[in-house]
Design a protein around this ligand. Structure first.
Ligand SMILES: Cc1cc2nc3c(=O)[nH]c(=O)nc-3n(C[C@H](O)[C@H](O)[C@H](O)COP(=O)(O)OP(=O)(O)OC[C@H]3O[C@@H](n4cnc5c(N)ncnc54)[C@H](O)[C@@H]3O)c2cc1C
Length: 507
């Protein structure tokens, strides 16, 4: 009896603290580490695993299951076990246990993936979010990070040594999911377009529970796969080695806002500038969005805007100003309704900007996304502009990142030649609006796909047919399948989320 009361109290205590964490925005980053006082709540034991093991019959299973996914579109898929690894040993023992007991394994790191791909029906989730050490080798300019490290953590650790990484544009995104599935990070034009190409090595637990290191010299086939396979990777990465770069000495941004009806002015001016000046080092972002300060029900003509920003990352203020000058001397400056030019930032200060602008991308609602990689970002935006008028909520938006400068890669399964990423995001609150929002997103495909050379695997919607397959060239897709067969012949790891799983599974 006492035991029962005690454990109810523990559940309550944990719920209260989790709610508080949620309110503080901590829970959304997924660091759901229950206190040791609640240990008795967890009944399952896996030999050699010291971290929490949550089984489907545990009273707080649902809390943990939902916390695996950052946004609010929680999948209606129910794993048998969630193992929160506390060490690499835990990961090894969990994988061995799963293989022996035919529990298919999925991996969860920062939990930000829009598909909720770590939460699958049955099987075991290995949650690596509590493994969050960062070590910086200043001389080699390489960061060695555990898989639970998030963007802001690496920014600050590297900054202390005068170094930086092309981290995601939102501070809480998990770096292992981000880099393994591509990664369009800050200053991407000067950092190879996708952060995955800055992975210089990885420690991987393979399906047989062995730990292997993959880099340009050892296990090159796994190295090729870890650079881009993302949510379809067949192993658990327990450490990533990331190439760092000097922190740019001067970061400056110039922003220009137009009514959406003026999109053509923006795209034509942008293309003219790109033709007449070398602005290939500048990060160019165009967002079609609802003006954050205009009521949600205002007519599109009065609420939808085109928000263009050029970010310069340079070695001096003079160089940054020079990089932004072509924009300041163009129709962007003379015809826009709002301008904010030559604004200075520190690298981490870019995140303050992000929040102060009430950027809808970071809002934690229900969340789905799909995208194209294209060599004609402007035409793609034009094709999507009218559709923006029909956006079902004020947080739905369309974002184009120009100057990706993606080149063919032999040492990475993610290999496209593309200039621009265009992503369409639906973000909303109520479950009752799911169909409306999914409908809006799926209607973007016939508009944007004609411009696609490929797609970006971290931000596709698997309810759309063959979406993951289309993120790779046919040869690379086939080679990934061959490597999966070689390293995971028994199918211990889940593959890419299928259309059937996604259709039946989303809440
Ligand atoms: C608010 C927000 C902002 C974003 N900003 C950007 C941005 O600026 N640029 C950009 O390119 N993308 C951005 N993204 C997308 C982001 O890159 C993906 O959602 C990415 O998958 C997140 O990684 P994660 O570790 O947080 O997610 P998770 O959901 O934990 O991981 C996704 C999947 O990746 C695989 N995986 C992750 N870690 C491992 C590992 N250690 N071993 C094996 N497999 C692993 C697993 O299959 C896992 O299920 C953003 C997303 C959100 C929600």
């Amino acid at each position: 009896m006492n035991q029962k009361i005690e454990s109810r109290r523990d559940v309550l205590k944990q719920l209260v603290s989790l709610t508080a964490l949620g309110a503080l925005g901590v829970l959304r980053t997924g660091q759901l580490a229950a206190s040791d006082a609640t240990d008795k709540l967890y009944s399952t034991v896996i030999p050699g695993v010291k971290g929490k093991i949550i089984s489907r019959t545990d009273s707080n299973y649902e809390l943990w299951r939902q916390a695996m996914v950052w946004h609010h579109s929680k999948p209606k898929r129910y794993p048998e076990l969630i193992v929160q690894a506390r060490s690499e040993e835990d990961v090894i023992n969990a994988v061995k246990h799963a293989a022996k007991n035919k529990l298919k394994v999925s991996v969860r790191a920062g939990g930000h993936n829009s598909t909720g791909t770590s939460v699958r029906e049955g099987g075991m989730v290995i949650d690596v979010s509590a493994l969050d050490e960062v070590e910086i080798d200043e001389e080699k300019q390489v960061a060695s990070i555990q898989p639970g490290v998030r963007s802001l953590h690496l920014v600050t650790a590297a900054r202390e040594k005068g170094l930086s990484f092309p981290v995601p544009h939102c501070p809480s995104v998990g770096l292992s999911g981000f880099t393994m599935g591509g990664g369009i990070g800050w200053n991407y034009p000067q950092r190879g377009g996708m952060a995955t190409h800055s992975i210089v090595g990885a420690d991987i637990i393979t399906a047989d529970g062995k730990r292997v290191t993959a880099n340009a010299e050892q296990n090159q086939d796994l190295f090729w796969a870890v650079r881009g396979a993302g949510p379809g990777f067949f192993g658990v990465v327990t450490r990533l080695y990331l190439q760092l770069y000097p922190v740019p000495k001067s970061i400056m941004a110039s922003s220009y806002i137009f009514p959406l009806s003026e999109l053509e002015t923006v795209t034509q001016t942008l293309e003219k500038i790109r033709k007449e000046h070398d602005v290939s080092r500048v990060e160019l972002i165009t967002v079609l969005m609802h003006h954050p300060e205009v009521p949600a029900d205002a007519p599109p003509e009065q609420s939808k805007i085109c928000f263009f920003t050029a970010f310069a990352f340079e070695d001096s203020t003079e160089m940054a100003k020079a990089a932004l000058l072509p924009f300041a001397e163009s129709a962007l400056a003379t015809k826009s309704v709002v301008q904010a030019e030559y604004q200075e930032y520190s690298f981490e200060g870019l995140y303050d900007r992000y929040f102060s602008l009430k950027d809808p991308a970071g809002r934690q609602g229900r969340y789905i996304v799909d995208n194209v990689l294209t060599n004609d970002g402007s035409a793609t935006l034009q094709a999507l502009a009218k559709h923006m008028h029909k956006a079902p909520t004020k947080d739905c938006h369309i974002l184009a990142s120009y100057n990706l400068r993606l080149e063919e890669k032999q040492d990475s399964c993610f290999s496209w030649v593309a200039d621009c990423f265009v992503g369409c995001y639906a973000i909303w609150d109520e479950e009752a609006d799911d169909d409306k929002n999914y409908g809006w997103l799926s209607e973007t495909l016939p508009l944007m796909d004609p411009f696609a050379v490929g797609h970006y695997p971290n931000e596709v919607e698997p309810r759309h047919k063959d979406r993951y397959k289309k993120c790779y060239s046919p040869e690379n897709w086939q080679r990934l399948a061959q490597l999966r067969e070689k390293y995971d012949p028994e199918g211990v790891f889940h593959q890419y989320l299928t259309q059937t799983e996604a259709t039946g599974g989303r809440g």
